[in-house]
Design a protein around this ligand. Structure first.
Ligand code: GLV
Length: 348
């Protein structure tokens, strides 16, 4: 699973005998013969995303690579490829020879929001390890909620053995509604189908995925009415910003649970707090926030029915995704089409 994308990404460097061996894989050297002395790849990240692992993995793939880390950029004219995780808007326009900007993850809205973005292609990471870790997180979040684990933790804290087990619904009675049926959404959906849940999905156009009832753009209300657990996996665009609000929450069945692993700006926070506090929603599990890190005095921290995790649902794994970055570096330098190219107009 981890390297299912290896053949296409590494076709010119990956020896067939080594394809299945993840340990020898990382010792392969990606041929970047086109590199000249004055060509560098620059990482720009926030303090919460360390670049050490990335440098280690890209160097394993090509030890002679000139890798720089913002703000140590050296000569700005050397920078050909930027890997960004929330760069400062406007900070890329100094790179006159830039060929490509890649997100360090799946989301790219923080790149597209930059009004002074150089007109170069943008790529994002699509990686089996991102899918796997998102599945793990969401299975945990859903099962934790439907099996009422918070209540059992309270019992445990009080050393109290409940008189009878708490009532739980069977998986087959619960519909998991997934907003966004892209690479992540469809795989997450299939995982819940395998666990015996009903699954429905909402996306721009209806999709044909076995076991998943698909609703198109104009069918949002019907989709919401079905969803006992709502998972947001949408890209953040002008159309999807604030999509989870008072009106959409009111269409969910009473007691529904909301999980957001996409972006904080999908949710109108005060509407969520109100819907949960008034009891229309059963609770929420949030991994992403309008402002990260979440401010210390934010009401989400203290709300008994809102679970907060610090944007860890799915973090790009350097071991798995470094080959993809370097393959795109190579493609960008030789003006070949990028892997996982972003459509600037569509916003993802
Ligand atoms: C995570 O938030 C990502 O965009 O990869």
């Amino acid at each position: 699973m981890l390297f299912s994308s290896c053949p296409s990404i590494m076709s010119d460097t990956c020896h067939k005998s080594q394809m299945n061996d993840q340990y020898s894989y990382s010792t392969l050297v990606l041929d970047l013969g086109i590199l000249k002395n004055n060509m560098a790849l620059l990482f720009i990240t926030t303090p919460s995303r360390s670049v050490e692992g990335w440098i280690k993995e890209v160097k394993k793939l090509n030890p002679s690579l000139d890798v720089r880390v913002f703000p140590q950029i050296g000569n700005p004219d050397d920078i050909r490829f930027v890997v960004s995780w929330y760069h400062q808007p406007g900070s890329l326009k100094q790179f006159k020879n830039l060929k490509c900007i890649s997100s360090l993850g799946a989301g790219v809205e923080f790149i597209l929001e930059d009004k002074n973005l150089p007109q170069v292609p943008i790529a994002r990471v699509v990686d089996p390890s991102l899918v796997q870790s998102m599945k793990e997180y969401l299975i945990w979040a859903v099962l934790h909620h439907v099996r009422r684990m918070d209540e059992y933790s309270e019992c445990e804290k009080k050393r109290s053995w409940p008189v009878a087990p708490l009532k739980v619904s069977r998986a087959g009675e619960i519909c998991i509604g997934i907003m966004g049926l892209g690479q992540l959404g469809r795989e997450v959906g299939k995982a819940f189908v395998q666990l015996g849940f009903k699954v429905c999905g909402w996306s721009q156009s209806k999709k044909n995925i076995q076991g998943i009832e698909s609703f198109g753009k104009n069918d949002l209300v019907r989709f919401l009415e079905h969803s006992h657990v709502l998972i947001c996996l949408l890209p953040l665009t002008q159309e999807t910003e604030n999509i989870l609000n008072k009106k959409t929450f009111s269409k969910l069945p009473k007691g529904a649970y909301v999980i957001n692993v996409a972006r904080g700006k999908h949710i109108v926070e005060k509407d969520l707090i109100q819907a949960v506090s008034k009891g229309h929603l059963g609770g929420a599990c949030l991994d992403v926030f309008r402002k990260e890190p979440l401010e210390k005095d934010h009401p989400f921290w203290k709300h008994p029915k809102i679970k907060v995790t610090p944007h860890i649902s799915s973090i790009t794994d350097p071991l798995s995704a470094a080959p993809q970055l370097l393959q795109n570096y190579k493609r960008a330098l030789s003006d070949q089409p990028l892997l996982n190219l972003v459509d600037r107009k569509r916003g993802y």
